[in-house]
Design a protein around this ligand. Structure first.
Ligand code: FAD
Ligand code: EPU
Length: 346
């Protein structure tokens, strides 16, 4: 008889994080079917232990071994729950690779996710930091997040409002490890207005020879740009942007713009706020391409920390702290890590 879940002791997490750093999970719990989760969590070796859910580890820095149990899901089903004349509701199991979901939705004639093509990771993790790229964020399409609530001990459906999404932010980040996301439901339009204004998309479409783009063309343009700009974690360990772009009050931004006219500034969450480019400030501090042993900053993108081979999580964290400190000294701006730190605090 096959079990819907399994436990492995002292499991290496190296294959489970895109920085490819070494760490060991005292217990690795693999749950293939969401219904099996309550029984697995009640197992004597698991109950009462700290629990860390992992998808494909593309937004974590393992700076030490996690305590307790690391949970990974196995459900890779994609289903269409509802298909109307103007939209469909698509449900993806937690372990569905995000990019696969994007491509499947486009192939089914749905749009909306094209600007989010090629983001690594799983569907289950997408709402945790509200993934975003090229002028879109996943929260715009979230119909519901189905999660096991470890405080209430039951499955819950959270609608978009309840998830309290923000820029790289959600309820799930504020109550870490309370909600174990088992499925993501997206409401996708059949015809969305294409978003072509983010830097580089129109130019890339022109280079592709596309004059009347459809959603799939935008996805391909985004894929092309991302392949050029960001290092491939299969070739060089990284977790994408290591720092969030700081969102600051307009008055502070104006002072900075005056002192540094080249500093890129983007709209913030509201009129009184603006988002600054952390990459630009890090590059201005001279870090781009810097290397401390195997821990480094990508030569292609200043916001991306890279593992050239055998860097440890601690070495990468030490480098990240020095970078943040130099940005604070030079610009008076505090930047914060985007990936979740495991085994250390910032
Ligand atoms: P993990 O790294 O495994 O986990 C991330 C967080 O989610 C952790 O806190 C973890 O505990 C939690 N978590 C994971 N699964 C679950 C679950 N089922 N239930 C509850 N909690 C869970 N992000 C963007 O937003 N935009 C980008 O453009 C982007 N580009 C990237 C490019 C590269 C090359 C890389 C390596 C990363 C990039 N990222 C980007 C970051 C990353 O892809 C996303 O954050 C992604 O959603 C992480 O998915 P994951 O499955 O790897 O999650
Ligand atoms: N820049 C530099 N030096 C560099 C790279 C960029 O100065 O080495 C400046 C340039 O002026 C450039 C600007 O920074 O125009 C913005 O760069 P980019 O378009 O690459 O965007 P980003 O702000 O660095 C954000 C997200 C990415 C997302 C891209 C595209 C955050 C923290 N990062 O990066 O998300 O893919 O926009 O939308 O918001 C991630 O979260 O892991 C991630 C990769």
């Amino acid at each position: 008889m096959s079990h819907a879940w399994s436990l492995i002791e002292n499991a290496s997490l190296k294959p489970l994080n895109t920085f490819h750093v070494e760490a060991t999970a005292p217990l690795l719990l693999q749950v293939d079917e969401a219904q099996a989760l309550p029984a697995a969590l009640a197992h004597p070796a698991v109950a009462g232990e700290p629990l860390l859910a992992l998808g494909s580890g593309s937004n974590v820095l393992l700076a030490g071994d996690p305590d307790g149990v690391v949970l990974v899901f196995g459900n890779r089903d994609i289903r269409t729950l509802e298909h109307r004349s103007d939209h469909a509701i698509v449900r993806a199991g937690a372990a569905v690779p995000w990019h696969q979901l994007v491509m499947a939705s486009l192939q089914a004639g749905l749009s909306g996710l094209e600007n989010l093509a090629l983001i690594p990771g799983t569907a289950g993790a997408a709402p945790i930091q509200n993934i975003g790229a090229y002028g879109a964020q996943v929260d715009e399409f979230v119909h519901a997040v189905e999660a096991y609530d470890r405080v209430e001990g039951r499955f819950r459906r959270l609608d978009r409002e309840q998830c309290r999404f923000g820029y790289r932010d959600s309820l799930f980040k504020h109550e870490p490890d309370r909600y174990l996301v088992v499925a993501l439901e997206l409401r996708l339009p059949l015809l969305a207005e294409l978003r072509l204004d983010y830097a580089g998309i129109r130019e890339e479409l022109a280079a592709m020879g596309v004059t009347q783009p459809v959603a799939a063309d935008v996805a391909q343009a985004v894929i092309n740009i991302r392949r050029r700009k960001l290092p491939d974690p299969d070739r060089i360990g990284n977790a994408g942007s290591f720092f969030k772009n700081p969102v600051l009050p307009l008055e502070q931004v104006q002072v900075l713009q005056h002192a540094y006219p080249g500093l890129p500034v983007h709209p913030g969450s509201d009129d009184g706020k603006r988002k600054l480019s952390a990459a630009w400030m890090i590059e201005a501090c001279g870090w781009k391409g810097h290397r401390d042993g195997d821990a480094g900053v990508s030569a292609d993108h200043a916001l991306v920390l890279v593992n050239h081979g055998n860097a440890s999580g601690r070495e990468l964290l030490a480098l990240a702290r020095r970078i943040a400190e130099s940005v604070r000294e030079r610009f008076g701006v505090v930047i914060e890590p985007e990936p979740r730190l495991v085994g250390a605090t910032w």
